[in-house]
Design a protein around this ligand. Sequence first.
Ligand code: DON
Length: 304
Amino acid sequence: MEKILQRVIDNNRNLYKYGKVADYIPALKNANIKDCGISIIDKDKNIFSAGDYNKKFTIQSISKIIALMQAILDIGIEEVFKKVGYEGSEKPFNTISYLGENKTEKAINPMINSGAIAITSLIKGEGDEKFNKILNLVRTLASNPNIDYDRDVYISEKNTGDRNRAIAYLMKSKNIIGGDVESILDNYFKQCSINIDTIDLANIGLSIANRFKDIEINADIDKKKISSLLIAIMTHSGMYNFSGQWSVEVGIPSKSGVAGGILSVVPDKYGIGFFGPSLDKNGNSLLGHSVLKELSKELNLNLF
Ligand code: DON
């Protein structure tokens, strides 16, 4: 397996030059655009890695999956989806436009920024408690108690996050979120700044792929139902307005983050973590697309 991973990384890593690193969050500009690494963990917990697999990066939008799970644990599926919809979106991750329409009563889905901020607002807790619950769930799912957040990235995003602020206040005006908007945003910016590597991501992916069988949860909800829901949402919205093409070409439910991470789940088989900060125009890792496409073909992982 490691030889296959190395070959796929080598075949694709020069494509970095067709993308660019995120710069709208100033701290992310420091990323090395050439980085490219992957880890896969199988059901027996064997870990296979290649490339820059041990570099740390911030989880960014991949945290939206974990926050969604925490909100479901706190208030249940039915209550969560009263404020956020189930459908995919043809608009970019940071779109405001749906919220400007009078008929919009919910955020479109939990993966675009509006939906994710609404999800964070639904997690129970005051002050930092929402963030601390998300951080603890990341640590549990990744089997890594040392995971923490990157203060510089958090401050950088907090100082420049006016688009997310606009989205959040619009949602408050429409009664999609309630309470202290700045505190909700603070929790959201912190959750996006959690520092991880590809092995952490692969472990999180394996927890979902394994239907959380080794994870203890404090809620009366079927764990298999939660994993099916997360996998379905990742399939139609995890790569935003590229999710359709991703499903056709890669066929592995995945969630991207703007620091270059991708979390992928092969149900009942593998968790996969990828890192490559050169991004395409949709804000997804450009190398992640080419590497996972080739790997999916090589290992026959396409679910469809
Ligand atoms: O809210 C933001 O814009 C970022 N913290 C997260 C966006 C993101 O990761 C988009 N994904 N590729």
